[in-house]
Design a protein around this ligand. Structure first.
Ligand SMILES: CC(=O)[C@@H](O)[C@H](O)COP(=O)(O)O
Ligand SMILES: NCC(=O)COP(=O)(O)O
Length: 245
C-alpha cells in the first residue's frame, strides 16, 4: 500500500483576494508555499462565474508550479478550449451550477456518454490526463471506463456532510468498496470534497486511493496557523491514516 498524495486546492485564497478586489493574497504565491510545505499537486477550479480563481491565475500557475496543476472545470466549450490552450498535466471534469455554494455532487457520466467521450478524447489528444469527479457509484465508474478516462475522483461530500456516525460509516464503506471496484477496473482513484482535519484519516486509510484533493479546510486552517503548517499538518494526518494509526 503506497503513500497517498495531497493535492491542495487553492480556490479560497482567491475567494479572500476577491473579497476586497485587491491583488493579495495571490494564489500563485500560495501555491508556492503549499508546494514547499509538501503538496504533491495544486488544484484550481476555474468556474464559469470566476467567483474565485481567475483566468490570470491559471495561466500564471501553468508557468510557475513546481509540482503539477490539476485544473477543475465544467464540461463546456469555453473550458475545454482553455484547457486545450493551457494543457495542464491533469484536468478534472466536474459538474457546475451557477447557484451552487460549492460542488453538490458528482458528474453524471452515465447519462451523457457521447458528450463525455468527446471531451475526454479532446483533452487526451491535447496531452492532458483526464479525471472525472463522480459519486461512489458503480454505474458512474463503469461509465468512466467506457468513455476512456484514466482517472476518477470520488466525491466525498456525502461522507463529509453525514449527520450521524452511522451515516458517515455507511458512506465510508461505500467509498471504500467503490475505490476497490474502480481500481480493479484499472482506474487511478483519487478522492475529495469536504475533507478536513477530523474526517480525513479514514479516507486516507483506503488503500486504493492515490491522491486526496483538499482545499477549503486547509485554507481555513491557514488563516489561523499559516499555510505551510496547514499543509504539513494535513499531510501528517494522511500519513497516519494510511498507516492505520
Ligand atoms: C469539485 C470539488 O469538490 C471542489 O474541488 C470544487 O472546487 C469545489 O468548488 P469550490 O472550490 O468553488 O467550493
Ligand atoms: N475536488 C475536491 C477539491 O479540490 C477540494 O474540495 P474542498 O476540500 O475545497 O471541499
Amino acid at each position: 500500500m503506497g503513500r497517498i498524495l495531497l493535492g491542495v486546492n487553492i480556490d479560497h485564497i482567491a475567494t479572500l483576494r476577491n473579497a476586497r478586489g485587491t491583488d493579495f493574497p495571490d494564489p500563485v504565491h500560495a501555491a508556492a508555499v503549499a508546494e514547499h510545505a509538501g503538496a504533491e499537486g495544486i488544484t484550481v477550479h476555474l468556474r464559469e462565474d470566476r467567483r474565485h480563481i481567475k483566468d490570470r491565475d491559471v495561466y500564471l500557475l501553468a508557468k510557475t508550479l513546481q509540482t503539477r496543476m490539476n485544473l477543475e472545470m465544467a464540461v463546456t466549450e469555453e473550458m475545454l478550449a482553455i484547457a486545450c490552450d493551457i494543457k495542464p498535466p491533469h484536468c478534472c471534469l466536474v459538474p457546475e451550477k451557477r447557484e451552487e455554494l460549492t460542488t453538490e455532487g458528482g458528474l453524471d457520466v452515465a447519462g451523457q456518454l457521447n458528450k463525455m467521450s468527446e471531451a475526454v478524447k479532446r483533452l487526451k489528444d491535447a496531452g492532458v490526463s483526464v479525471s472525472l469527479f463522480i459519486d461512489a457509484d458503480q454505474r458512474q465508474i463503469d461509465a468512466a471506463v467506457a468513455v476512456g478516462a484514466p482517472v476518477i475522483e470520488i466525491h466525498t461530500g456525502h461522507y463529509a456532510d453525514a449527520k450521524t456516525d452511522a451515516e458517515a460509516k455507511q458512506e465510508l464503506k461505500r467509498i471504500s468498496e467503490m475505490a476497490a471496484y474502480a481500481h480493479s477496473k484499472g482506474l487511478v482513484v483519487n478522492a475529495g470534497h469536504g475533507l478536513h482535519y477530523h474526517n480525513v484519516k479514514p479516507i486516507a486509510a483506503i488503500p486504493e486511493l492515490y491522491e486526496l484533493n483538499i482545499g477549503h479546510a486547509i485554507i481555513a486552517r491557514a488563516a489561523i496557523d499559516g499555510l505551510a503548517k496547514a499543509v504539513a499538518d494535513m499531510k501528517q494526518l494522511m500519513l497516519e491514516g494510511r498507516r492505520g494509526e
